[in-house]
Design a protein around this ligand. Structure first.
Ligand SMILES: C[S@@+](CC[C@H](N)C(=O)[O-])C[C@H]1O[C@@H](n2cnc3c(N)ncnc32)[C@H](O)[C@@H]1O
Length: 205
């Protein structure tokens, strides 16, 4: 896949539908994919790491966010793990959103809300955020993106990010920490870092 395509609002590459298995200890789905979305040929290794070694979602009727949902591996997993949660699946890429919607519906997950980034109502506060974030949009854009969503975490809530070490995971962790989002490394494996990022004290509830 052309790496420059996957975060376009409307990918220019022609559609070429496919599927990838999402096989985790507790989740077994076949997800629809397509050209022009991130990791269309197989579940990304970083995403798998986040889903296997990251924390489970909080219980109850919580609002969770999959930031940059792609075809929905993270959103569908969170929704399956907590059927009472409302999972906001957000992506700029329209093709990715369509796939995510298709995948949630096919899996019978009626608690996934797939929307463009401005589609999450301002009143929604997040009880958790999971992301394999779009590092390739560039450092400044990534910082702005994360800052905007992290400020919507409820006090005491956390974000869970997977980032490749060679794409700047450690400097991103430092940047987050310096700006008041206490960031700890949950794990490190095969070039990926799993980061836990705590809501900033004083952020809106
Ligand atoms: C590394 S991919 C992860 C996709 C998916 N979560 C997965 O694990 O397979 C990052 C995603 O972020 C999306 N993205 C880029 N800029 C974004 C933005 N400003 N807001 C929301 N999503 C964005 C991209 O389109 C892409 O689907």
């Amino acid at each position: 896949m052309n790496d420059r395509q996957y975060w376009a609002d409307r990918p220019e590459v022609a559609s070429s539908p496919g599927t990838v298995p999402l096989l985790l200890p507790d989740v077994d789905l076949v997800l629809a994919t397509d050209r022009g979305v991130f990791s269309a040929d197989r579940l990304d290794r970083g995403t798998r790491y986040l889903l296997v070694d990251g924390p489970p979602p909080p219980d109850g009727a919580v609002d969770l966010l999959d930031l940059g949902c792609g075809y929905g591996a993270i959103a569908c997993t969170l929704a399956a793990r907590n059927p009472s949660a409302r999972v906001w699946a957000v992506d700029v890429n329209e093709r990715a959103r369509d796939l995510c919607r298709t995948n949630a519906t096919a899996a019978g997950l009626d608690n996934v809300e797939v929307v463009a980034p401005d589609g999450v109502p301002d009143s929604v506060r997040l009880d958790g955020l999971w992301s394999n974030p779009p590092i390739r949009i560039g450092k400044a854009a990534l910082h702005d993106l994360l800052a905007g969503w992290l400020d919507r975490l409820r006090p005491g809530a956390s974000a869970h990010l997977v980032v490749q070490r060679h794409l700047g995971a450690d400097s991103l962790a430092r940047w987050l920490d310096e700006r008041g989002w206490a960031t700890t490394r949950r794990g490190s494996r095969k070039g990926f870092r799993l980061l836990d990022v705590a809501a900033r004290p004083g952020d809106p509830s």
